[in-house]
Design a protein around this ligand. Structure first.
Ligand code: ZN
Length: 285
């Protein structure tokens, strides 16, 4: 019986150190892997961490280091649109009969406390707290949703930052309003799937400058995490390290009276039950 642990990456962007958090201790995992990436997850990395927990040294000075995204740049970031009834309603969209899929540039993934850049010429930068699902083993043409959760490495708080004018008013696909620089803060930690008893029973909350804006539950997803993974696997191969953003509940600026879109200097705080809390300041690009 090992203690519960989470995975984090600490240090400057691009040279993060893989760290295992156990309680308030930060353990240096570099004896196990150079980084927490798809190859690590595919090689049964989380089980290897569990087995090595007693042998990993403390990381000196961990508290002073920047917190990076808990996984290295994913191979792809796949997002589910309109996956909560109340969010679909606030946007005026019809409820989808099948999951709505769009892609996000994987290089948008940044640390959970990094600044988020408001794109140049943006007037409608918006927030979206989401349950992020990290794939652990290749999922290809799954026979049913019952097989899906076995392919999950873990879960993390994900912020699917969105520019609504670019997304909805400038033509083409949604990707344009979703792939701006820094538009996917992730973390603070990756919680192993085994330690999330039910991914459909997690509260998600988001504040802007301390004002509560989103307060939902993954219980209200139109398509469950298992359904989404099974569904995606019919159209693309999900590979270790890939990130799925599973949709956002109601309460985004697009759906609020007066549309209070984000401005430079604003601070967004977000959290999900058991997955930790993140905070980002908005800065003009
Ligand atoms: Zn989203």
């Amino acid at each position: 019986m090992t203690e519960p642990f989470t995975l984090a990456r600490l240090g400057d962007a691009g040279s993060e150190i893989p760290v295992v958090r156990v309680g308030d201790r930060a353990l240096d995992a570099r004896s196990l892997t150079a980084d927490f990436d798809g190859a690590f997850l595919a090689a049964d990395g989380i089980a290897r961490v569990a087995a090595a927990l007693d042998t990993l040294p403390e990381l000196d000075g961990a508290g002073g280091l920047r917190v990076g995204a808990p996984i290295a740049a994913p191979g792809k970031v796949v997002c589910i649109g309109l996956n909560y009834r109340d969010h679909a309603e606030e946007t005026g969209a019809a409820l989808p009969a099948e999951p709505v899929i769009f892609m996000k540039d994987p290089s948008t993934v940044v640390g959970p406390f990094d600044d988020v850049l408001i794109p140049r010429n943006s007037v409608k930068t918006d927030w979206e707290v989401e349950l992020g699902v990290v794939i652990g083993t290749t999922a290809r043409y799954l026979a049913s949703p019952d097989e899906a959760l076995a392919h999950v490495a873990g879960y993390a708080v994900s912020h699917d930052v969105s520019e609504r004018e670019f997304q909805l008013e400038r033509g083409g696909q949604w990707d344009k309003g979703k792939s701006c620089e820094t538009f996917n803060p992730l973390g603070p930690v990756l919680v192993p799937a085994a330690d999330v008893a039910d991914p459909q029973a997690l509260g998600l909350r988001l504040w802007v400058n301390g004002t509560p804006r989103q307060a939902g539950s993954t219980a209200n997803m139109l398509f469950s995490v298992a359904h989404v993974i099974w569904y995606l696997s019919q159209f693309m191969v999900l590979r270790p390290g890939d990130l799925i953003n599973t949709g956002t509940p109601a309460g985004v600026a697009l759906g609020i009276e007066g549309n209070p879109y984000l401005r430079a200097g604003d601070v967004v705080d977000l959290e999900i039950d058991g997955l930790g809390r993140a905070s980002q300041k908005l800065v003009q690009a």
